[in-house]
Design a protein around this ligand. Sequence first.
Ligand SMILES: NC(=O)c1ccc[n+]([C@@H]2O[C@H](COP(=O)([O-])OP(=O)(O)OC[C@H]3O[C@@H](n4cnc5c(N)ncnc54)[C@H](OP(=O)(O)O)[C@@H]3O)[C@@H](O)[C@H]2O)c1
Length: 328
Amino acid sequence: MRAAVFDRHGPPADVLTIADLPDPTPGPGQVVVALEAAAVHPADLATIAGHYGVRPRLPGAVPGIEGVGRVVAVGAGAALTVGQRVLLPLGVGTWRDRVVATARTLVTVPDDLPAEQLALAVVNPATARLLLGQVDRLLPGEWILQNAANGAVGRTVARLARARGLHTLNVVRRATAGLCVRNAGGDVVLVDGPELAHEVARYTDGAPVRLALDAVAGPATDRLARCVVPGGTVVVYGALSGQPSTLGADQTIFRDVRLHGFWLTTWLQQADDATRAALFTDLVADLRDHPQPVDARFDLGAVAAAVAAAARGGRDGKVVLRGEAWNG
Ligand SMILES: NC(=O)c1ccc[n+]([C@@H]2O[C@H](COP(=O)([O-])OP(=O)(O)OC[C@H]3O[C@@H](n4cnc5c(N)ncnc54)[C@H](OP(=O)(O)O)[C@@H]3O)[C@@H](O)[C@H]2O)c1
């Protein structure tokens, strides 16, 4: 079977190769799942580059956080059948044609949803939901602020916020990204820059902004901090700039701005089984009415081209890899 592998950290398009690995066989309680589709997320690129919170064992690491596939072999006592469709375990290394998994940990999913949507079902939509819970009781009519607003998390935040009666200030790095954010449900779109706090105050008419969501880090963190109310919260959940967050001491000392992080991995580890299962059920159901945009699709064998496309700015949606069980 084919698998994307890397033996050392570096630029993903340079260090990834396609290896021919032995087909796995299931042990007791296990199944083998053949890949239909897998997402290419910024976290995948960061993992390969060696900048992520999880360090894979090298050499021979297989990247890939999420994906969907079909059961093709069932071990003794495993309560799944050949042909069933399942989400792959998060972080299993989904960029391979076949993977072994413990049957009872797998989430079964409907046959009638597109594979590329199921490959995007969990990481970003879950993060968007949970980010909105990072301060107590946001009330209808309140404003929240976010950057990278045209990304997958950002668009989902804009949609979910609107559904709750919240207003969003959506920061992008290029004006051409504004339309898709508005179409997703965003209220105001602003291009990032030194005047951000003035722009925010103009649109909110001085109303307090208690929550800002930061996917960029670097100096962008400080720009968001200057827009929130004294005592307000900036949640850093991504570092797309590749730089450490900067936050002026004037913001922490004189304005008591709170900075904290969010990582879905930690949340999932801390949640109980019932909470996690309920979240996954909601996320899959939500896909029917709210498909996520896909910018480009690549066969697994073209993984180097896929990661190069994912690393390029200006995409309109995600990059998806197709595995051996892809069937249109
Ligand atoms: N903490 C968690 O648990 C968690 C979970 C999910 C995602 N994340 C993080 O959330 C972030 C967004 O992920 P996503 O999947 O939503 O992204 P995405 O759909 O792949 O889109 C990337 C977005 O980031 C923007 N961007 C890229 N580099 C940038 C830079 N240097 N400065 C400003 N904007 C930049 C892009 O703008 P253009 O369109 O202009 O190129 C685009 O809006 C990533 O850092 C990801 O790792 C974190």
